[in-house]
Ligand binder design. Structure first.
Ligand code: PLP
Length: 407
């Protein structure tokens, strides 16, 4: 919905209405509330799975999912070298060892052939990230997992309602993780969701995120005990070591309001991406992320590999400076490959558990394709609230390309 100045009104959905209801409700916590419950039910229905467990971030979800599938101290978890650091930090929080697989040079997603090379007797799980909203090649990954008895956790923090070979992404791995952080398709500031068809995984994840309360079940996070039992001094509450990863009722209500129009939110990003794709098509040095015919893309961001230094003699930084000067939005480069972040290079993780990490080292050259792509990618914003504004920004890109051609 846009107002007369073509600005998308900030809350075209039920956000404010639902927030008011939460304010006047008795419980603001998932333990007693119903908004988490409704959100989980609706999210599971939308994705087509049996269970959904809401949490307070898309990192909490990754950590809880890893532990739910049985990842423990010293186990190895394979994740792509081209992704955010949180796949690594979630792995370390489970006292497991991050192992990096290189990526496909065209889709920038985890390369199943390299996953196969990285599997050892210690491997327990694979985190398959849908980078920028595009699924990795999940069939061979699931095949490897089944052959080697591994769990696959889809990290769909950047994706929503995208498909792979006609199937809904999120329903293919054993569990899938979502983020509701500020920039995501659905956002309440901070939040996350796990989905799965596996009851035991859902129950364990919920306990891990809910202080390990023994009466928590896969279906919901309310603590629904007879008060006489729960208030009795002899009652024992905890049978699992957990954290508090619960989502507040306020956040759940906001995400629910956005879930009601999720198709529209995804479509908007796809339309923005189409504008930038068109703009980039007028040159040969901006190479968009390749979308295989078998997949649809939900465009958390529009990513293009910049090859301008070699082809037209303009550096990444110079191109960005010119784009911003002409009125474009300052786009981000991609995050460093996780194993070259200071915490990994300086081996600060060893202190966490020297027995496990003493001999683990990472360094440059481990995943050469990811290291090369990471330095070249430009992440153009796809979450404009107004298509008009996105058109203006895409036309800046087009004009910059023409200007550089006519130099
Ligand atoms: C691929 C991916 N995984 C995990 C996360 C972590 O999500 P959160 O910020 O909600 O903890 C993000 C967030 O940026 C992400 O992009």
């Amino acid at each position: 919905m846009e107002d007369k100045n073509n600005r998308m009104t900030k809350y075209p959905g039920n956000e404010l209405k639902y927030l008011q209801k939460v304010l006047s409700a008795e419980s603001w916590s998932a333990t007693g509330g119903s908004w988490n419950n409704i959100l989980e039910r609706e999210f599971a229905k939308k994705l087509g799975v049996k269970y959904a467990v809401a949490m307070n971030s898309g990192t909490a979800t990754l950590h809880a999912a890893l532990e739910a599938v049985g990842v423990g101290p010293g186990d190895e978890v394979i994740s792509p070298a081209f992704t955010v650091f949180m796949d690594t930090s979630a792995t370390l929080h489970a006292n497991a060892v991050p192992v990096y697989a290189d990526i496909d040079p065209a889709t920038w997603n985890i390369d199943p052939k390299d996953v196969a090379r990285k599997i050892t007797p210690k491997t327990k799980a694979i985190i398959a990230v849908s980078i920028y909203g595009l699924a990795p090649d999940l069939d061979p990954i699931m095949e490897l997992a089944s052959k080697n008895g591994l769990a696959v956790i889809e990290d769909n923090a950047q994706s929503m309602l995208n498909t792979y070979k006609g199937r809904m992404v999120g329903t293919i791995g054993h569990m899938a993780s979502y983020s509701f952080e500020n920039t995501k398709h659905l956002s309440c500031g901070e939040g996350g969701m796990i989905i799965t068809d596996n009851e035991a995984y859902a129950e364990t994840a919920r306990k891990i995120g809910g202080h390990g309360f023994k009466n928590l079940r896969a279906e919901e996070g309310r603590i629904r005990l007879n008060q006489e039992v729960f208030q009795n001094p002899h009652y024992k509450r905890h049978d699992t070591l957990g954290w508090n990863y619960r989502l507040s009722e306020f956040n759940a209500a906001i995400v629910l309001a956005q879930l009601e129009r999720v198709e529209e939110l995804v479509k908007m990003r796809q339309e923005v991406a189409r504008l930038f794709l068109e703009a980039a098509s007028s040159c040969d040095y901006l190479i968009p992320q390749h979308v295989p015919a078998e997949s649809t893309h939900s465009y958390f961001t529009f990513g293009a590999l910049y090859d301008g230094l070699e082809r037209i003699g303009v550096s990444w930084e110079e191109f960005r400076r010119m784009y911003v000067e002409m009125g474009g939005d300052g786009f981000y480069g991609a995050w460093s490959v996780p194993y070259l972040e200071p915490i990994m290079v300086e081996r600060k993780y060893v202190k966490r558990c020297p027995d496990i990490y003493r001999d683990i080292k990472y360094g440059e050259g481990l995943c050469p394709v990811a290291e090369d792509v990471q330095l070249k990618v430009m992440q153009f914003k796809a979450n404009y609230r107004s298509l008009e504004l996105a058109k203006q920004k895409a036309s800046v890109l087009e004009r910059l390309i023409v200007k550089l051609k006519n130099r």
